[in-house]
Design a protein around this ligand. Structure first.
Ligand code: B3K
Ligand code: ZN
Length: 875
């Protein structure tokens, strides 16, 4: 496989003006006629017209009205080149493809008998020959023809121009997208679907048609997606002054989909998981996911579609920015400061759970990568979530207003262009008259920076010095990192727990949080007029995606855990208290020493649990211990079994010591009445169900009854699934409950996914049990959601079983990476990532992991996707 480098970018040799596509849709044999006008790009030296194409058969090719003879073009394995083409070209290209055989779910494919497309990143070339790169933007007209009975609904981007009947039971629809777009935003749907629709009035008074399309039988699950869409439209108008630019906006849900959703212009195609919800089948987390993803795809209409990426190395230009926008949207929808903090804590957890490990592993890459083999492997937590952190740092440094000015300038300069991350940074800098040159390192240097703080209080001078230093570990291909520009938000707490008024070098800050700008390897900041020794609250609101090292004492952490006005750092103090103990316990397990947990820690947990002044959602977060994955990241040599035992011991001890309080909270946080997914109710359910999970660790008959009753009487999926999960984790025989759950929801694919996922992640599910579950008639590797529900939850969320000492689960992993690769390389490559951190395990496990990786690497044929992941892991 070939590595592609960012530095090798060259402009396209030809630019496309118009694209007219004609589809004769047939599952076995779809004919695509493509009439495209191009002209030579003055910015390119080449006169060779290069088109991409994959898995399609060329039937006819005409240039400027004349059929091209075989000698006039070169058909490579993935390209069609017309050497020395004229300056102005009209191409007519006819190709054939077989959507029903397309299991990759990239390009044009069939799901449950209907047609859907997925073109990002490079799927359009599986539909027709085309310069399939994001810096080629053109206007599209699309004619769809298909059997009317089987495919009554024919959709594509933009506006419907006309539709009607054809001979032989077929019909047609003609669509036109008024905006220029790159090919990756093309979409079509030809399906048997129904929709919920509504006309919606924009702030400007213009009316638009909104539609949510689903399969028959799912119309009772579209309300929340529609509501989220309307909220998104309103929010983007209010927060960023961005209006929907189309008369019609459609969301289509499909059951077979590689990721969450896709922002095709005017025709977003979604994984059903992020559309379908009603209280019976969807949990609070599902509802939150729908709001976020509907928002995310809608916001792409400006950040991604109107302004797109010059090349795929710039992916975070649209993804990091759009994740930031959806994060802010979700936070604003909750509205309260404490609710906002809860969403922020969730973001920090995701970073630590997934992004920090990626940044420290073999696939580490900068937010703007320098090279890749397969671009689909770079839709990562680094590009998305760390990318969003980078965007958030602009807002932290420039303020909300300054950030908005930067956004306005970005659109002023680059509307309908394909640009680079540097252009976004320039807009932020220029709009605010700021020098953000050093900030570029956030895009170019991989790895998680470590910020070390030390402090010195001088009582006589009433000064408090904070010295911050930074370093960043080497990552594959990158050594000797240069200092980042890091905003470090700091507050100082007095002995009374209150925030001190702040002055820096004699200058009043005017707020109780100061944003220190760390730009050197080491810098000292002096707070003045500090009347007593403070407790520092550093990196408030997680102001930068870094690891903060500070030698906090337990007493200081307890103080912060009790008083910090910054909820993120308040939570963080609790996590630090827990982590220190978890690491000690893990060592004790490994040494066979006796395990003990101090009363101070228990008392702190108790205090938060019963603190009625705190949101239930915050209390829940404060009581969730760092995950086994996050604990593993803190260890030099990872012993997954010791980690599991240590964490279980801590959970068991908390459950025993806080049993009465947990029961009281379980009862106090019931949410009677009709289900509502709002943050407050969801927070209560979260705390209640956390209490239930604790109560079921070593359950007596009363606790079992409690869970059983909730399981049977629940009026919503959040409570039902939580009860079932608690029962599964209790270790009792729960076969009857599992069966009844399955029987009740066998017709709801997304619930069946949960059923598999819960079992895959349960620590008493070993690899033999997973193999047995795979024999279940409802299991299939072909559907990505189903494959993920069992395999990914086992390989990623069940570390004590995945790392079984005999290596049997590694064999299982290798077998299924290979099996999935034959069907769907993108999904297979994700599963391949489960082995990323193999070098950190104890030698006995390491050897077996390497053997499994080598087994995959040797398999033939292997996709570029999986090849890239395993070869980087082994390098
Ligand atoms: N842009 C798409 C992701 C496409 C992934 C291709 N492998 C979804 C999103 O980020 O909104
Ligand atoms: Zn996106």
């Amino acid at each position: 496989p070939q590595t592609i480098f960012r530095k090798d970018y060259t402009p396209p040799s030809y630019l496309v003006h118009t694209v007219e596509l004609g589809f004769d849709l047939d599952p076995a044999r779809t004919i695509v006629a493509n009439r495209v006008t191009l002209s030579r790009n003055p910015a390119s030296k080449s006169k060779d017209l290069v088109l991409h194409g994959e898995e399609i058969d060329l039937v006819a090719l005409r240039m400027n009205g004349k059929t091209l003879a075989p000698g006039q073009y070169v058909l490579g394995s993935h390209t069609l080149t017309i050497p020395k083409a004229p300056a102005e070209v009209t191409l007519e290209i006819e190709t054939l493809c077989a959507p029903e055989l397309n299991t990759t779910l990239s390009g044009l494919y069939v799901s449950n008998g209907s047609f859907y497309t997925q073109c990002e990143a490079e799927g359009f070339r599986r539909i027709t020959y085309f310069p399939d790169r994001p810096d080629v933007m053109a206007k599209y007209t699309v004619m769809l023809r298909a059997d009317k009975q089987r495919y009554p609904v024919l959709l594509s981007n933009g506006n419907l121009l006309e539709q009607g009947d054809l001979d032989g039971g077929r019909h047609y629809a003609k669509w036109e997208d008024p905006f220029k777009k790159p090919s990756y935003l093309f979409a079509l749907v030809a399906a048997r679907l129904v929709c919920q629709e509504e006309t919606y009035t924009l702030k400007s008074g213009r009316e638009v048609l909104l539609q949510v399309w689903v399969e028959e039988g799912n119309l009772d699950k579209t309300d929340y997606a529609m509501q989220s869409l309307k909220n998104s439209i309103r929010w983007d108008e209010e927060r960023f002054g961005l209006e929907l630019d189309l008369d019609r906006f459609m969301i289509v849900a499909v059951g077979d989909f590689n990721m969450g959703a896709m922002e095709n212009k005017g025709l977003n195609i979604f994984n059903t998981k992020f559309v379908l919800a009603n209280p019976r089948v969807a949990t609070d987390i599902d509802y939150a996911g729908i709001e976020a993803v509907v928002g995310h795809e809608y916001f792409h209409n400006w950040t991604g579609n109107r302004v797109t990426c010059r090349d795929w190395f710039q992916l975070s230009l649209k993804e990091g920015l759009t994740v930031f926008r959806d994060q802010e949207f979700s936070a604003d929808m909750i509205g309260t400061a404490s609710g906002r903090a809860v969403t922020r804590i969730d973001q920090v957890r995701t970073l630590r759970q997934a992004q920090f490990p990626e940044d420290a592993g073999p696939m580490a890459h900068p937010v703007r990568p320098d090279s890749f083999v397969e671009i689909n492997n770079f839709y990562t937590v680094t590009v998305y979530e760390k990318g969003a952190e980078v965007v958030r740092m602009y807002q932290t440094l420039l303020g909300r207003e300054g950030f908005r000015k930067g956004m306005d300038l970005y659109f002023q300069r680059h509307d309908e262009q394909a640009v680079q991350c540097d252009d976004f940074r320039a807009a932020m800098a220029d709009a605010n008259g700021r020098d953000l040159a050093q900030f570029e390192r956030w895009y170019s240097q991989a790895g998680t920076p470590v910020v070390t703080a030390s402090t010195r209080y001088d009582a006589a001078a009433q000064t408090y010095d904070i010295t911050l230093s930074q370093r960043c570990p080497d990552t594959p291909g990158q050594t000797g990192k240069l200092p980042f520009h890091i905003p470090v938000a700091v507050g100082l707490l007095g002995a009374d727990g209150k925030d001190m008024a702040l002055a820096l070098d004699g200058e009043v800050v005017g707020a109780t949080t100061a944003v220190l700008e760390l730009k050197e390897a080491e810098q000292t900041f002096r707070f003045t007029s500090v009347r007593e020794q403070p407790v520092p609250s550093i990196l408030r609101d997680f102001s930068a995606p870094v690891v903060l090292e500070y030698p906090y004492t337990d007493a200081e952490l307890l103080h912060l855990f009790r008083y910090d006005s910054d909820a993120v750092n308040r939570w963080e103090a609790g996590q630090r208290l827990a982590m220190a103990r978890l690491l000690k316990l893990t060592a004790a397990v490994a040494q066979g020493a006796t395990l003990a947990l101090d009363d101070t820690f228990i008392a702190a947990q108790r205090a938060v649990l019963v603190d009625e002044t705190l949101d239930a959602a915050f209390r829940e977060l404060a009581l969730v211990l760092p995950s086994e994955t996050i604990i593993a990241e803190q260890m030099e040599v990872v012993d997954p079994h010791a980690i599991h035992a240590a964490r279980q011991f801590m959970r068991r001890t908390i459950a025993r010591e806080l049993a009465p309080e947990l029961l009281a909270q379980y009862q106090a946080n019931q949410t009677p009445g009709p289900y509502s997914p709002d943050a407050q109710s969801a927070g209560k359910r979260g705390l209640k169900n956390l209490a239930l999970a604790y109560l079921l660790i070593d359950p007596g008959s009363a606790e079992l009854k409690l869970a059983q009753r909730q399981f049977e009487q629940a009026t919503n999926m959040t409570d039902r699934a939580a009860a079932l999960s608690a029962l599964i984790h209790s270790g009792e025989d729960v076969r009857a409950s599992l069966q009844s759950f399955y029987d009740d929801f066998a017709g709801e694919a997304l619930v069946v996914d949960k059923w598999f996922a819960m079992q895959g992640a349960a620590p008493n599910t070993d690899v033999a049990a997973v193999r047995k579950l795979m024999q279940h008639p409802a299991f299939t590797l072909k559907n990505p959601n189903r494959a993920r529900s069992l395999l990914f939850s086992f390989c990623n969320a069940n570390p004590s079983q995945f790392h079984a000492k005999d290596g049997s689960a590694y064999d299982f992993w290798a077998e299924h990476v290979i099996a999935l690769d034959a069907l769907n390389p993108q999904v297979a490559a994700r599963l391949a990532r489960s082995m990323d951190r193999w070098r950190r395990y104890a030698p006995a496990l390491q050897d077996q992991m390497r053997a499994a990786l080598e087994r995959v690497a040797r398999a033939a044929p292997l996709s570029n996707d999986v090849m890239e992941v395993v070869s980087k892991a082994l390098a």
